[in-house]
Every structure is written in structure tokens, then in C-alpha cells.
Design a protein around this ligand. Structure first.
Ligand SMILES: [Zn+2]
Length: 190
């Protein structure tokens, strides 16, 4: 796991964490059907879903099982490792939250995880989706590219401190999210 040891400290540094709140496991599913069942405890399963931290561990499909999906038919070992880093960003964000809100602002979680965890998998796009569509993240087409673009916008235009405030106090993000999405959309067209 040297790749995790190499990259994890930078991710923890971004969140200003010295350690995690508790030990996490990396659980590799070698049965796609079992993974679908796991996901359905939390929300509707979609073909692109291959990893998650819903139970605060890192759960992911084995390479062989990921290859049975349309979205990850060509997944490589490197992709898999980068997926673990993406999930590690989620773990760090979970441990950084001071307040929490009923319904997570998924686009923000994915904005940080795509940019800090596995940026090589995404490119910036012109955002066409409405704020409502972005908020309905799991059903949004190009959802991860949209989140990656919003994350690009925020990391370039907000201070590190301001972003960490949104991580710690999602209530603040909820208050500002319409404005952030509108600005990110406009920025993405330039
Ligand atoms: Zn994610």
C-alpha cells in the first residue's frame, strides 16, 4: 500500500488532520451482487458505483468485479488505487466535520474527492446542469465531471481556510451553495 502512504499525508494535510478519529478498514467486494446489496442499504445502486464510505470504511469492488460493470469495464490497478485515495478523501472529510446536516451536499464531497483523490480520472467541463439537477447528484449525467469542475472553481477561487470552513460547517455551505453553483457554472464557460 505504498501509494496510500505516499499520497495520504498530503490529503490529511489539506484537512489539517494529524490522525483519523478511528481505524478504518478497506473492504474489497469480490461479488458484485453483494456490493449492490450493500449500496442499496443507503441509496439506489447505479452501474458507475464501485466504491463508497457509507459505513465509514472504504468499500470497493475488486478489479474483476468492477470489470463486470459498464462504467469500469477497463479499470486498471492504478485506477483502483486512485479510487482508494478518492475514498480516503471522503474519510478525512467525515473526520473534519464539526456540525453535520441531515442530507449531505454530495456535489461538494465529490468536488473535493475528485480533485484531491483521483484528479487524473476527470476533466473540466462546461456545466450545463441546473442547481436542482446538481443537487440531485446520483441521477445527474456527467455528475463526477460536474463535481470535478466545481471543485476546480472552488480551489482556484476560494482560500483554503474558506473551503475548510465549508467542510467543518456544512450549514454554511448550504447557505452559500446556490451562489457557488451559479458562479462555478459561469466560470466553467470561460
Ligand atoms: Zn466519491
Amino acid at each position: 500500500m505504498d501509494y496510500l502512504e505516499l499520497k495520504a499525508p498530503d490529503i490529511m494535510k489539506f484537512f489539517e488532520l494529524d490522525s483519523l478519529n478511528f481505524k478504518r478498514k478497506i473492504i474489497i467486494y469480490n461479488d458484485l451482487e453483494l456490493y449492490k446489496k450493500h449500496i442499496k442499504q443507503f441509496y439506489e445502486y447505479k452501474d458507475y458505483m464501485c466504491a463508497d464510505t457509507n459505513d465509514r470504511n472504504i468499500n470497493l469492488l475488486s478489479l474483476e468485479e468492477a470489470h463486470k460493470t459498464k462504467a469500469h469495464a477497463n479499470m486498471t490497478v492504478k485506477d483502483l488505487k486512485n479510487t482508494i485515495l478518492h475514498e480516503f478523501v471522503h474519510i478525512c472529510q467525515q473526520d473534519s466535520e464539526i456540525d453535520s446536516i441531515d442530507k449531505d451536499i454530495v456535489w461538494f464531497w465529490e468536488a473535493l474527492a475528485t480533485n484531491l483523490g483521483n484528479p487524473g480520472a476527470f476533466t473540466k467541463i462546461v456545466i450545463k446542469a441546473t442547481n436542482e439537477e446538481i443537487n440531485n447528484f446520483n441521477s445527474l449525467s456527467q455528475n463526477y465531471l460536474t463535481a470535478f469542475t466545481i471543485g476546480n472553481y472552488m480551489l482556484e477561487n476560494y482560500s483554503h481556510e474558506a473551503i475548510l470552513e465549508y467542510v467543518k460547517y456544512p450549514q454554511k455551505l448550504l447557505r452559500d451553495s446556490e451562489e457557488i453553483l451559479n458562479n462555478a457554472r459561469e466560470w466553467s464557460t470561460k
